[in-house]
Design a protein around this ligand. Structure first.
Ligand code: TZP
Ligand code: MG
Length: 207
């Protein structure tokens, strides 16, 4: 299981319709075609869909993931993850505790965001499959993002948890992705580098 998780974090695309200047289905299909290794549906923040519309888009994006054999992971929304039978769920520090999420979803992939030592010290990592570490660099995609922690945070986590699957997030692009991997991450997760790309195939290629 662990080996597989390390691999699927390599090029982890995250988005919701609010991040997309074009049809999200087309953007995901292009990214899938280009070789992303996982996808997270993060329908959240200003301009995001809710209720039936959110569910319907989630279903369509899941379908695209399935046809490319890419895991479909839902951000925060346990109800939607259950309803769609997503492959995984990603939770933050203000969501349901990891222990409870693991009890609800014994077989799903569970990811947890960690931004600093304090969060690390209070998080029961035995219940999660991977860590989302960041924001590594500054980002304008998430309005309430914490302060950038640099690649040092990746190195710290790697040192403390040598076997844990870790993916960097926040301000990552083809220009800096290799520094995140070099610091010890198994992969990079990106939103705007892909959703706002002129050429998605070349961006995914260079991550
Ligand atoms: N969590 C920490 S930073 C961030 C999230 C969801 C946004 C990352 O977006 P981008 O466009 O890749 O910087
Ligand atoms: Mg959250």
């Amino acid at each position: 299981m662990n080996d597989k998780v390390h691999q699927l974090l390599r090029k982890y695309f995250i988005m919701g319709s609010q991040d997309c200047p074009r049809d999200p289905r087309v953007i995901l299909a292009e990214a899938a075609e280009a070789g992303i290794t996982a996808f997270q549906f993060r329908e959240k923040g200003k301009g995001s869909l809710e209720g039936d519309e959110k569910r319907a888009l989630g279903k369509e994006l899941q379908h695209i993931c399935r046809s490319h054999h890419i895991p479909f992971i839902v951000n925060d929304d346990l109800h939607l993850a259950n309803e769609l039978d997503a492959d995984g769920i990603h939770i933050g520090q203000n969501d349901k505790p990891a222990e409870e999420v693991r009890r609800l979803f014994p077989d799903k992939l569970i990811g947890l965001s960690l931004s600093n030592e304090e969060e690390l010290s209070t998080s029961p990592l035995s219940f999660v499959d991977y860590i989302g570490a960041g924001p590594v660099f500054s980002t304008s995609t998430k309005s309430d993002a914490k302060r950038p922690v640099g690649t040092e945070w990746i190195s710290t986590l790697r040192e403390k948890h040598p076997a844990m699957p870790i993916v960097g997030i926040g301000g990552i692009s083809p220009a800096n992705a290799s520094s995140v991997i070099k610091a010890g991450a198994d992969g990079v997760s990106v939103i705007s580098a892909i959703t706002r790309a002129d050429n998605i195939a070349s961006v995914v290629d260079c991550l």
